[in-house]
Design a protein around this ligand. Structure first.
Ligand code: ADP
Ligand code: MG
Length: 687
């Protein structure tokens, strides 16, 4: 595009490539960040600010940390060409305390606008020694620039697109911030003293003061949470209006008697609550919360049994094909004494097979249908769905929960999760959701011994694995997926399987499981492992949730630093399911103190609630409130934990707004309706 071309008729959904300096390559990088349009770019908010108003003197600047130094330019060296076709420009700056050597690579004009004898602000990594510091490729700002905008926005960046480049593109757009229409009603802006949209966007990118940055954030957070709440409240209301699937309350005694073991007290209580809920006047909407291994499946089985006794069908939604297949197998056995007909429906099934299953479901010839998200597709129709169960609900979006519930007038809904949510937040997110808790493990379990080791001890570890295998036990080895970046030092699962696992366990039968396998192949590997035809299973985290093989006694997790504690706890929960002593090894060479502390913490506790609490307080990778954990859409600027007061305000406003305009069809609400649609659209995809 010619440089001098003015911006085209600019509107919010103009693609970013119409911006000056943005070619197809850069546009593709923006796309990686989820930015397609000018509006998207304007709403790419800073991650934090670099504060230029409190610069360091040269000697006092922290070592090897990004910081701002103010110093006077004393000398400049002209452009030099160096090896590799690169160019180098250098300058020397100083203050009373020390000297700062500055180099710019491949930025030939970097020093041109610097005047000798003038002071500037340099932002970058300050390396070197106490008296002679170095900065490479710093950002330079003048006194006047800092005065006008003391806080410099730092953006989430991606490979080939730095925060600085993003800032330049956004700066071009800021004079056009009015492009963004105002979605909030005027009364609301007044009531909460919020900045207007355009003003807030301008201020968040280029605040004149800390107060202004705060006010901008507050406004944008409010908007995002209002839209979230509008979506949630609407979904909930759909649920309570209908009468549901009325059931008689029946005693679960015949079901309990049919089992080879006694249910725990917690399982009995939870099942009683659920059966009572299903006999109530409204559709049940209940969360069954229980740590990994607490036996949630059995409670679900009791509920399914009761629904079928009442003449209804039940559906069970699982996040992975492996888990769906496992549930189909165990529940077929558990429910066999009652002639309950179980069908399995997954995305990987052959078309003919699928057709047969679908018509059985439609004709009411299947009592329980178990499946992955394939269950949610339009072709799936039930004769009389009375109960929908969602296992590992944190792996699904709220939207999917809604979709399953829409398969009948208003079936009873039971969602199960090992990840506890704090009660107050649960109420804000799920409102009328009731909670049953399994606070007890089945008898005879010994806690899993957890050890944190580094890669240097891998050989010893494999020696131990060999012993366990000889003793007749099985082991899991989890490592990063295939697509992962080798530059990060992560060994992809295939290489690991060939070069590490097979090499160090030459006598063992080892299987390989990862997301790129076809569903049939996955199922075959899992089947072999369950049946004891494999001693070890090298896998990505596809086995994270739910899988139950009681003979497995060791879980090895490579690159353990990459996972949040809740995910690690889930993985660990795959062992310790039988009577034998079980082990979990967290392997990591990561040096950061935070990582070490996190992994040590997990070694010291077996309690899922404590683990979730720790995640909550420390916000590691796979944050507790990342979308993976609660199934809500990814939020851009708001944070459900720290912004919970705003969330509360947003909830009451959403309820009030929907009371007046339930379908959000008033012209003044069109933008809000659009916002809800796009936020939940994004959350619709399964991870
Ligand atoms: P989770 O709550 O993690 O989904 P599962 O439902 O997979 O746990 O149950 C874990 C294991 O405990 C299974 O092997 C299951 O058969 C077993 N189990 C469940 N309830 C009992 C019980 N009351 N007594 C003995 N074993 C049980
Ligand atoms: Mg489970």
């Amino acid at each position: 595009m010619p440089e001098n071309r003015a911006l085209p008729p600019l509107c919010a959904d103009t693609p970013v490539r119409y911006l000056k300096g943005v070619g197809p390559k850069t546009a593709a990088r923006f796309e990686k960040l989820g930015i397609l349009t000018l509006a998207g770019l304007l709403c790419h908010y800073p991650r934090k600010y670099q504060d230029f108003s409190h610069p360091y003197g040269i000697a006092e600047a922290p070592f090897d940390t990004e910081c701002v130094i103010r110093a006077e330019v004393m000398a400049k060296q002209g452009l030099r060409h160096i090896s590799g076709g690169r160019s180098l420009v250098r300058a020397t700056a100083g203050d009373e305390t020390a000297v700062l050597e500055i180099s710019w690579f491949n930025n030939p004009y970097a020093a041109d606008r610097l005047e000798l004898g003038q002071s500037y602000y340099f932002e970058g990594l300050a390396e070197g020694s106490m008296l002679r510091r170095r900065m490479i490729n710093p950002i330079v700002r003048t006194e006047a620039q800092v005065c006008a905008a003391p806080l410099m926005a730092v953006y989430p960046q991606t490979e080939g697109l730095s925060s600085g480049q993003i800032a330049k593109c956004i700066a071009q757009l800021l004079p056009h911030a009015e492009l963004l229409p105002e979605p909030l009603p005027a009364e609301m802006l007044q009531k909460y003293r919020l900045l207007g949209k355009a003003e807030a966007v301008r201020a968040i990118h280029c605040p004149r003061s800390e107060e202004e940055a705060y006010a901008a954030r507050r406004r944008l957070i409010y908007e995002e949470l209002l839209i979230l709440q509008l979506g949630i409240v609407r979904m909930k209301e759909r649920n309570v209006t209908a009468a549901g699937a009325p059931m008689r309350e029946i005693s679960p005694a015949p079901f309990w008697r049919s089992l080879p073991f006694a249910p725990t007290r917690a399982q009995r209580n939870a099942a009683a609550e659920i059966l009572a809920g299903m006999a109530g006047p409204h559709p049940m909407n209940r969360l069954l919360q229980g740590d990994v291994g607490s036996g949630k499946t059995l409670v679900a089985a009791a509920a399914i049994w009761a629904a079928v006794q009442n003449g209804y069908q039940a559906a069970l939604l699982a996040p992975t094909e492996i888990l769906a297949a496992q549930h189909a197998e165990t529940l077929s056995k558990t429910l066999a004494p009652f002639n309950i007909r179980v069908a399995l429906l997954t995305g990987g099934m052959r078309a003919a097979e699928k057709r047969t299953t679908l018509s059985a479901v439609r004709a009411g010839e299947a009592d329980l249908v178990i499946g992955t998200h394939a269950l949610l597709s339009q072709g799936v129709e039930f004769a009389r769905l009375g109960l929908a169960v969602i296992d590992e609900q944190h792996r699904f979006g709220v939207r999917q929960r809604g979709l399953l519930a829409e398969k009948a007038k208003a079936p009873h809904l039971l969602v199960m999760s090992a990840t506890p949510i704090p009660r107050t937040l649960g109420l804000l997110l799920y409102g009328d959701l009731e909670i049953s808790v399994l606070d007890e493990l089945p008898p005879g379990r010994t806690p899993v011994k957890t050890r944190y080791i580094n890669g240097a001890r891998r050989k010893d570890l494999y020696g131990f694995l060999a012993q366990e295998i000889v003793a007749g036990h099985q082991v899991y080895i989890v490592c990063p997926a295939i697509e992962e970046n080798p530059a990060l030092g992560l060994s992809a699962v295939k290489t690991y399987y060939e070069q590490t696992a097979k090499a160090l366990l030459p006598a063992a039968r080892i299987g390989l499981l990862h997301g790129k396998l076809k569903p049939k192949e996955k199922a075959a590997v899992m089947e072999d492992f369950k049946a004891g035809r494999l001693d070890a299973l090298v896998s990505t985290t596809v086995i994270e949730v739910g899988v139950d093989v009681p003979n497995a006694t060791v879980m090895v997790i490579e690159n353990a630093e990459r996972y949040g504690l809740s995910a690690l706890h889930q993985l660990r929960g795959r062992v310790g399911r039988g009577a034998a002593e079980s082990w979990c090894f967290l392997v990591s060479d990561h040096e950061s103190d935070a990582v070490k502390e996190r992994l040590h913490f997990l070694c010291g506790t077996a309690d899922g609630f404590a683990v979730a609490q720790y995640d909550l307080e420390h916000r590691g990778p796979g944050d507790f409130f990342g979308s993976r954990q609660h199934g809500l859409p990814d939020l851009q600027i708001a944070d459900l934990m720290t912004d919970s007061r705003t969330l509360q305000a947003a909830q009451s406003e959403a309820i009030a707004l929907l009371a007046d305009d339930p379908a959000l069809c008033a012209p003044g609400h069109a933008l809000l309706a659009q916002g809800v649609a796009s936020l939940f659209e994004k959350a619709g995809a399964l991870n």
